[in-house]
Every structure is written in C-alpha cells, then in structure tokens.
Ligand binder design. Structure first.
Ligand code: G
Ligand code: G
Ligand code: NA
Ligand code: MN
Length: 253
C-alpha cells in the first residue's frame, strides 16, 4: 500500500517515464515502430518493475490516469517523430481493463490522436487476453469504435491466456504478438511448434505477426524461416528512453 502511495506521488510529480522498444520488419530489415513501455525510476539507475507496479495501478484504478498520460506521451512522440522525418513509424501502447471500463476512454483516445495530428494507423493498442476475458463486450465495443477511427489493435502475449481462439474471431485485430515464452524455445527440438502454429494461424486469418523476446541470432533464424512478419527483442534493442530513440533510428534506417 505504501508502494501505491509512492507511485501516486511520483506520477503526480511527473516521474514516470515512457521508454521505447523497436519492432523490425524481417523482410525489409527496417524499424516499423516501437512498443511504449512504462518505467518507474526509484533510486538513481534503479527501476521498479512494471510487473510489480502495473498490477497495483490496475487494482487501485490509478492506471486510468497513468494510461491517459502514456497515450498522450505516445501521441506527442508520434508528432515529434513525424516532424523529424519519421512520418510512418508507429507506436504500440499497452492498455489495461480499467481503462476500457473508464467513461469516455474511446473519446479521449480519439481526441488525443486528433489533437496531436497523429495518423490514426500509427497508434496501436496492445491488449492481453486477460483484458478481453474480464468483460468481452465492453472491450470489443470500444476496440470496434477505435478501429473504425483507424487505430490498430494487437493481441499481446498470445497463447498465454485462455480462450485465445474464440477472441481471435471476435476482436477487431490487426496483429498477433507471439509471446516470448514460445520464442525462447524455438531452437529446442519441438520447441518451435507452437510459435510456428501461431504464425501460420495469423497468416491464414490475415493478421500480421510479431515475435516478442527474440534474444539470439539462432532464434531469429528460426523465426524468420517461419514467415513471421516482425520481431522485437533484446537482439535488436532493449527498451530505451525517448532521448535515445532518434539516435537509434538514424543508425537503423
Ligand atoms: O517492460 P517490462 O517487460 O518490464 O514490462 C512488463 C509488463 O508491464 C509489460 O509486459 C506490460 O504488459 C506492462 N506494461 C508496461 N508498460 C505499460 C503501460 O504503459 N501500460 C500498461 N497497462 N501496462 C504496461
Ligand atoms: O508483456 P509485454 O509483452 O508487454 O512485455 C514486454 C516486455 O518484454 C518489455 O517490457 C521488455 O522489457 C521485455 N522484453 C522485450 N524484449 C525482450 C527480450 O528479448 N528478452 C526478455 N527477456 N524480455 C524482453
Ligand atoms: Na505489450
Ligand atoms: Mn507481450
């Protein structure tokens, strides 16, 4: 509880940071965009893991305000990237269930995208199966409206939750993120089968696929061979602060 109080205080003091991890196209070998990831600096050089503080923020409802802040940072970053000549890079933002349940969520997102003159298709929302399972109707309705406006939707950590296949049919999706649990095993005997099946499933239903957590050249080779569209992982880049992003992009375009 005191950690929650500290989170609330640090958020109010504007101490949260949004970092970015590049996502690359395997065919063209170019950066397509980034996933935005929250970072909470605790002591200098020390961060509290989102795995710890996101659940706190969700449970307390603070994630609604933090989530709006994240979306605004991402839109601001997209506007800035466009002004700096990277006018087709996208940013993917993680969204939690309490955000979907909050009033005016859809309108806030659409207003923000408009206010920062962001091309809607450059903003992608990442949702997990657990988000959908909670209250499918609320999430599906909201995503449908956002999708009609042009915003993209990815299903995150695919295969880790339950009922994945059911939601694949019901959700207005653009992309499947193959969870890193299925990527970490691809070089082991038989350890490639689930990732391969997800990728071909994605292909068959017309969704783009991205493999998360690619750490080695060996994993990359297998993933590439499967026909996966994109990759994200430490092999290419760790999440980095906004200040380092432009330099990375200049080196990798
Ligand atoms: O970056 P890291 O692997 O430590 O992140 C752990 C998890 O925290 C991510 O998988 C993601 O689900 C969650 N997370 C990170 N940033 C955000 C965010 O801005 N909003 C939400 N809802 N979750 C986030
Ligand atoms: O749950 P979600 O998919 O949003 O988690 C994304 C998180 O995964 C990022 O916060 C990042 O820190 C972590 N991540 C990204 N690439 C790698 C990787 O190559 N290896 C590992 N172990 N973690 C990664
Ligand atoms: Na994510
Ligand atoms: Mn994931």
């Amino acid at each position: 509880l005191s950690l929650l109080r500290k989170l609330r205080a640090d958020f109010a003091l504007d101490k949260l940071q949004l970092w970015y991890q590049p996502q690359l196209c395997l065919k063209s070998n170019t950066v397509m965009g980034m996933e935005a990831l929250l970072r909470w600096p605790h002591q200098p050089g020390h961060f509290i893991s989102p795995a710890v503080f996101i659940p706190l923020a969700e449970y307390s409802g603070l994630i609604v305000d933090i989530g709006l802040w994240v979306l605004e940072q991402a839109c601001r970053q997209l506007q800035q990237l466009s002004q700096q000549g990277c006018s087709e890079l996208r940013i993917a933002v993680n969204v939690s269930m309490p955000q979907f349940r909050s009033p005016h969520f859809v309108k806030s997102v659409i207003d923000m995208v408009s206010r920062y003159q962001v091309k809607p298709y450059l903003l992608e929302l990442e949702i997990t199966e657990s988000v959908v399972m909670d209250e499918p109707k609320i999430v599906i309705d909201a995503l449908q409206k956002l999708k009609n406006f042009g915003i993209k939707v990815a299903i995150d950590d695919f295969g880790i939750g339950f009922s994945s296949l059911n939601y694949l049919q019901q959700l207005p999706l653009d992309r499947i993120k193959v969870d890193r649990a299925f990527v970490s095993t691809v070089t082991q005997p038989g350890g490639n089968l689930i990732a391969e099946t997800i990728v071909s499933l994605g292909k068959r239903i017309g969704l783009s696929t991205i493999a998360e957590g690619v750490e080695t050249a060996e994993q990359l080779a297998v993933i590439k061979n499967m026909g996966c569209d994109e990759v994200q992982g430490f092999l290419f880049a760790k999440p980095m602060p906004a200040a380092e992003l432009m330099q990375f992009l200049l080196k990798h375009q």
